[in-house]
Design a protein around this ligand. Structure first.
Ligand code: BGC
Ligand code: BGC
Length: 841
């Protein structure tokens, strides 16, 4: 039973105003005029063009609405504003809730109890309870918190949880019922640790696989997200029912990122979708109508923009369309400080986003000033009271439906549900179904379980198989010990082969003493998340796997490649060296799902056939230009929908080894690597006499000799540069055309380099980034002469000390005003894994 879509919008920037300029001029009468809309003709959505959907009537049942009205009648203005602000647990303490009446907390990808990414599950429960207890002590209307977390492939932040394949693998399975069951299992694992809400499902339809989040999308064609959005929502939340909250073990979902996060030019994360409204609807509306119809309780606005206007400030998308034809009655949460990217806004203040239709600000570390500025904006009328009430009503409605006003939490603390046998079996089923067989020449697969099997490469690395958003934001730094309930791909193969009386041996480099019957080489991408995974090409660069495959082939051993990746990649050389090639995506913690399909029985008959088919087109070159089914001139290596099976095999033959890639890309984040300045970056030496820019030469000096450089050995031969400051000193700078590092600074990346002090500084030493500088004398001063160390300084630190992070032409510099000698190497941006500093002046 659905109610008709009702427009709950107030008129501040509703469709009528947006479309009819006359009405927009009339505007509401306010003490302070709200900032003018940033919507342009090219970014104005026309609701009449959009399909219809509607939140179920059970989301707005009479009892819920009456309860919310009564509550709101007792709330102070401060309490109402507080509801609209969400803080990250890395930046808020439970006791802060007694001073700040916030409505929500989140645990971001790098946030955890006490800052320990490997905290035990009961620490997570304690954390939830501590925040809840503090919220309950607040005077006044006593509104419970809603606590959200990115459970995007299982409850991936928690040690011991079941890690399911990332969405790209689930897309290959084409199995909506599997998705519903994964939603259920994920919800239960989240609920037992005390959280209420996940930031998923991701309904992105990635069009350019160079995007670092391609793996978070189910498919390049919207049909898969359309068939999954409903089942995933129902799995997570259960069906909404009037007068009742979600059943025990269910949590609220958040469809993200609205809209067209997968459509950005060049696959640039947080970038711009340059396209028509029709294309926005046809491709990127994706499964949102289905998620809304299924009752999804929240939607996250995208960081990205449409024709240059950020979605978090586009009222025609967030309000006119979403609250009009799409009939959404839940609330809209913004993305991580996304509001700060809007014109005229900062992380600390942004009426524009709120007026455009953001109901809750994700303000991880900016919640305190944002709360104060939002309160002031409501008081001044810049944010209309009716708009605030509307947002608060939506949030409270979701809190009621989520069951947060009920004290009982029947499953919380049942930590045996984390990685339970039933969930592990489900994840293993998902792994089996996600595998896509690209090649199987000479029927090397299935491998009979009595065989002698050599297993090479990264087969015993659950962290690599799990990818980004696993325990840490980037998914880096994990070892098998961090997955007590998981099994590696190697573990699964070993077990299956042992069961059939065969013999499996693990040898990372593929060397062996006794010649095996067959070799399985597991290799692929290492973990990344968001923009840190953006790449310039789809050329798979590491060379060791190819060398290993070649060596095995040369020894006359049949080879099977298991490729782990967050996107299809150009791997023709590797495919040519493989008798069989399996795209395994990012399977997660149940590696045994791979052996279930690859290893047959003792007679060599399959135990399970392949069922997965490509939901992303596999490229014929490494160039990485958008390649999507249905586009004119579509010419993939393996098409959307392709997938061999044991029953249906086909010859692949030799593939072209011309990658088509010429030159290198923009290299935003690597400046001096392996003894070379990475194009376009070069070194410049500056002193009071002027500048000297080095070309290909490895040594030189500034005009007055204040600073000089020569090549030197570091980790490798000639991998470093020795800098020497004298005669009043100078500055060594890496320079090129300006690049925008805003996303990197918001993501807490750091500028990192290795250094060895050769002669102690006789004066202060500064690290510089454009016009920003920090005094690193203390750090460098403490470093013993002759010893290599790494220094990582947060970009946000340099931003706060004067660097223009949106236009960085000099990402790294060292300045010394007196004698000092230091050797440096490996200068690049790195993710802050808790070790980056911000030296105090
Ligand atoms: C991501 C979202 C995520 C949020 C909270 C953002 O940077 O874009 O997908 O839900 O952080 O971790
Ligand atoms: C957080 C992520 C977030 C990202 C935003 C990280 O520090 O842990 O949750 O998505 O920043 O760029």
């Amino acid at each position: 039973m659905r109610k008709a879509a009702t427009a709950l919008v107030i008129t501040l920037m509703s469709s009528a105003c947006a479309i009819d300029p006359g009405m927009a001029r009339a505007g509401p009468v306010q003490a302070v005029t709200p900032q003018a809309s940033i919507v342009t003709d090219a970014t104005r959505a026309h609701p009449a063009l959009w399909p219809r959907a509607a939140s179920p009537a059970a989301m707005t049942d009479a009892a819920t609405e009456a309860f919310v009205s009564e509550l709101m009648s007792r709330m102070t203005l401060e309490e109402k504003v507080g509801q609209t602000i969400q803080a990250d647990i890395g930046s808020i303490k439970p006791e802060d809730l007694l001073t700040y009446p916030l409505g929500s907390i989140l645990a971001g990808g790098n946030s955890s109890p006490g800052g320990d990414e490997r905290a035990s599950a009961d620490k997570w429960v304690e954390l939830a309870r501590a925040f809840r207890a503090a919220a309950a002590q607040r005077p006044g209307a006593r509104i419970p918190l809603i606590y959200g977390i990115d459970a995007v492939h299982g409850h991936n932040n928690i040690v011991g949880a079941t890690i399911f394949p990332h969405n790209i693998g689930l897309g290959a399975a084409r199995d909506p019922d599997l998705i519903r069951r994964i939603g259920e299992a994920t919800a239960l694992e989240v609920a037992v640790t005390g959280a209420d809400w996940t930031f998923g499902p991701t309904l992105a339809v990635p069009q350019d696989d160079r995007w670092g989040r391609a793996y978070e999308g189910y498919a390049e064609n919207p049909e898969v997200a359309q068939s999954y959005a409903g089942p995933m929502t129902l799995g997570l939340q259960g069906a909404l029912s009037a007068d009742h909250p979600l059943a025990a073990g269910h949590i609220a979902g958040s469809a993200k990122h609205f809209l067209a996060d997968g459509g950005t030019t060049g696959g640039k994360d947080q970038g711009d979708f340059a396209g028509s409204e029709q294309e926005l609807i046809r491709t990127h509306l994706s499964g949102y109508p289905q998620a809304i119809d299924a009752g999804v309780l929240s939607i996250m606005a995208s960081f990205s923009s449409w024709n240059g206007v950020k979605h978090s400030g586009n009222e025609t998308i967030l309000t006119d369309v979403l609250r009009g034809p799409l009939g959404f009655d839940g609330f809209v949460v913004s993305d991580w400080n996304a509001h700060g990217q809007l014109p005229g806004c900062s992380n600390e203040s942004c009426a524009l986003a709120f007026n455009a239709g953001i109901d809750m600000f994700m303000a991880p570390d900016s919640w305190k000033p944002l709360y104060a500025s939002t309160l002031a904006q409501v008081k001044s009328g810049e944010i209309p009271m009716a708009r605030l009430d509307e947002a608060v009503r939506r949030i409270l409605r979701v809190k009621v439906k989520t069951g947060l006003f009920n004290d009982s939490r029947p499953v919380e603390g049942h930590l045996n549900e984390l990685g339970s046998p039933a969930h592990r079996a489900l994840a293993r089923e998902a792994v089996r179904k996600s595998l896509v067989l690209l090649k199987n020449e000479g029927s090397v697969l299935p491998i009979h379980s009595g065989a002698r099997v050599l297993v090479a490469g990264h087969a015993d690395d659950i962290g690599q198989a799990s990818g980004g958003w696993t325990l840490t934001w980037q998914g880096t730094g994990n070892s098998n010990a961090d997955f007590p309930n998981g099994q590696s791909i190697w573990g699964g193969i070993r077990e299956a082969v042992a069961a059939g009386g065969g013999q499996a041996t693990l040898s990372a480099d593929g060397s062996f003493t006794q010649k095996p019957d067959v070799a399985i080489v597991v290799f692929g991408e290492t973990p990344y998340a968001e923009f840190q995974g953006d790449v310039d090409t789809l050329d798979f660069l590491p060379t060791e796997p190819l060398e290993t495959l070649k060596r095995l082939k040369a020894a006359g051993i049949p080879t099977v490649s298991v490729f782990l990746s967050g996107r299809p990649m150009w791997t023709n050389p590797e495919i040519n060296q493989s008798d069989a090639f399996v795209a395994a995506w990012l399977p997660g913690t149940e590696g045994a799902g791979v052996a279930d399909v690859l290893i047959g029985d003792a007679a060599g008959k399959p135990r399970n056939d392949f069922t997965g088919t490509l939901s992303f087109s596999w490229p014929k070159t490494g160039k990485g230009e958008p390649l999507n089914v249905g586009q004119p001139g579509y010419d993939p290596q393996f098409a959307y929908g392709y997938g061999l099976t044991y029953a249906r095999n086909a010859r692949v033959g030799a593939l072209s080894e011309d990658s088509g890639v010429v030159g290198s890309g923009s290299n935003l984040d690597r400046y001096f690597v392996d003894g070379r300045f990475v194009a376009p970056w070069s070194l410049m030496l500056r002193d009071a006499g002027g500048e000297f820019r080095l070309g290909s030469e490895k040594s030189g000096a500034s005009p007055r000799g204040g600073v000089s450089v020569r090549s030197s050995d570091g980790a490798g031969q000639e991998s470093a540069r020795a800098l020497s400051f004298s005669q009043g000193g100078g500055q060594a700078i890496i320079a090129a055309q300006p690049v925008d590092l805003t996303r990197q600074s918001n993501g807490e990346m750091a500028i990192a380099f290795r250094y060895r002090v050769d002669a102690r500084a006789k004066g202060p030493v500064f690290l510089t980034l454009g016009a920003g500088s920090v005094d690193i004398s203390g750090l460098i001063g403490e470093a013993p002469v002759g010893e290599w160390r790494t220094l990582k300084v947060r970009l946000s630190c340099l931003r706060d000390r004067g660097a223009d992070i949106a236009a960085v032409d000099q990402p790294w510099g060292l300045r010394a005003n007196a004698d000092f000698a230091v050797t440096v190497e490996d200068i690049r941006l790195a993710s802050n894994e808790g070790d980056a500093v911000c030296p105090t002046q």
